[in-house]
Write a protein that binds this ligand. Structure first.
Ligand SMILES: *Cc1c(COP(=O)(O)O)cnc(C)c1O
Length: 421
């Protein structure tokens, strides 16, 4: 067996992997643009942006340069009582492009921690004001991360089963549509005095199955939450930084959330970093001469300068006309591919939002553990494409630098898969 693979199997426990039955991991030794190169020289198209994080392609020379420069100057510094130029610049950069009601930036390490921080901010917002509001509202099928708080506000599933008894109670409601809006509003009103906050993935529920819903329906829910004084958290960990065609999914909405969570594309997929942003009102509720009203949360690597430098570099690339053009180009190509395949007898619910296109393979049960998942996964790998279906749900979520030719190649292979499986 390949040396790297056997040493891996001797020492490593992989995420979301049943180590007894999983195929051996594929050694990747190089990344460039949308391509990953295996140790034996095979070139793979990274059509899922390496778990949705990579937005500008692998080993981007500009990000690499900025990371290298930062490493030579300051690799890390404690962020309580100290600050540094990259963190300040990133806060200014981000605040210049996220909705205007966002006033402050809080740093952490990843998407789950960004969600944990947002939840803690909301719970303590109320307790700092002597109010006992501890219930949290979320959508069915939601996914907000794997740490305990983030897991609690995510849908109960096979993945959470071993921990369900320990997860705090969360009120789960249906995704909004034209028919159920009034009912959902009534549900919210009924428990409003207990509700600390409502957390949601705007426009697309990612891990829940790339489920898409309408901005105008979500807008109605957000307006209602505002009326009923329920705080709202937009989890833009997946949707942020261009994924939905606009810079943020919240840009499709009239009503803006009180808090927002970011990670994944934040550093261009280069380094782990999480951010929770909040409105002035949230921030102000923690200002006090009473030390007990402090937000007692922080991580060793909070606002790591190298991660912030990667993020500032990613910001420059994202804001370039070329990237903005790429978003439009990918959106258009996905739209016309959708038109072509949406009537296909083997597909259900072909859907698209910005740079994401998803479809359900029409077989009996929709489940992560479906066999069609492995069949499709291996078929595309053999064709040199990394597509990682969620059960029978196939989706493409490419880095924005993907060429028309590579997109066409992926579409072609999907057409072929449709004739085969
Ligand atoms: C991936 C994801 C998270 C969790 O982020 P991690 O960095 O994996 O902890 C949270 N929310 C959403 C919407 C996500 O897609």
């Amino acid at each position: 067996m390949n040396d790297l693979v056997s040493r891996d199997l001797d020492t490593i426990w992989h995420p979301y992997t049943q180590m007894k039955t999983a195929d051996k991991p594929i050694p990747i030794v190089k990344g460039e643009g949308v391509y990953l190169y295996t140790q034996d020289g095979t070139k793979l198209i990274d059509a899922v942006s390496s778990w949705w994080v990579n937005i500008h392609g692998h080993s981007h020379p500009y990000i690499a340069q900025k990371v290298f420069e930062q490493l030579k100057v300051l690799e890390h510094v404690i962020f309580a009582g100290f600050t540094h130029p990259q963190a300040v610049k990133l806060a200014e950069n981000l605040l210049s492009i996220i909705p205007k009601n966002q006033a402050k930036i809080f740093y952490s390490d990843n998407g789950s921690t960004a969600v944990e921080v947002a939840i803690k901010m909301c719970l303590q917002f109320w307790s700092n004001q002597g109010q006992n509001r501890t219930k949290i509202l979320a959508f069915k099928n939601s996914y907000h991360g794997d740490t305990f708080g983030a897991m609690a506000v995510s849908a109960r599933s096979a993945f959470t089963k071993a921990f369900d008894a320990l997860l705090f109670d969360v009120e789960f409601i249906d995704l909004p549509n034209k028919e159920n809006l009034e009912e959902l509003k009534a549900q919210i009103s009924e428990i409003k005095s207990e509700l600390a906050c409502f957390i949601f993935e705007p426009l697309i529920q990612g891990a829940g199955g790339m489920l898409m819903y309408e901005a105008e329906d979500l807008d109605q829910i957000l307006a209602h939450c505002k009326e009923e004084k329920v705080l709202t958290i937009a989890d833009e960990v997946m949707t942020g930084f261009g994924r939905t065609g606009k810079l943020f999914a919240s840009d499709h909405l009239l009503h803006k959330a009180d808090l927002m969570c970011f990670s994944k594309g934040l550093t261009g997929g280069t380094m782990p970093l999480g951010i929770t942003s909040c409105s002035q009102a949230i921030y102000d509720a923690f200002l006090s001469d009473d030390k007990l009203k402090t937000l007692f949360h922080g991580h060793s690597f909070t606002a790591n300068p190298v991660a912030c430098a990667a993020s500032n570099a990613s910001f420059d690339i994202l804001m370039s006309p070329e990237s903005q053009e790429n978003l439009k180009r990918i959106t258009k190509k996905h739209q016309s591919f959708k038109k072509e395949i949406e009537g296909h007898p083997k597909l259900r619910n072909v859907r698209q939002c910005g740079t994401i296109i998803a479809m359900d393979w029409d077989i009996e049960a929709t489940s992560y553990f479906n066999n069609i998942r492995n069949t499709l996964y291996n078929f595309f790998l053999e064709k040199g494409i990394i597509l990682r279906p969620l059960g029978n749900i196939l989706y493409i979520m490419p880095p924005y630098c993907i060429s028309d030719a590579d997109l066409d190649y992926i579409y072609d292979q999907i057409r072929e898969a449709l004739t085969k499986f």
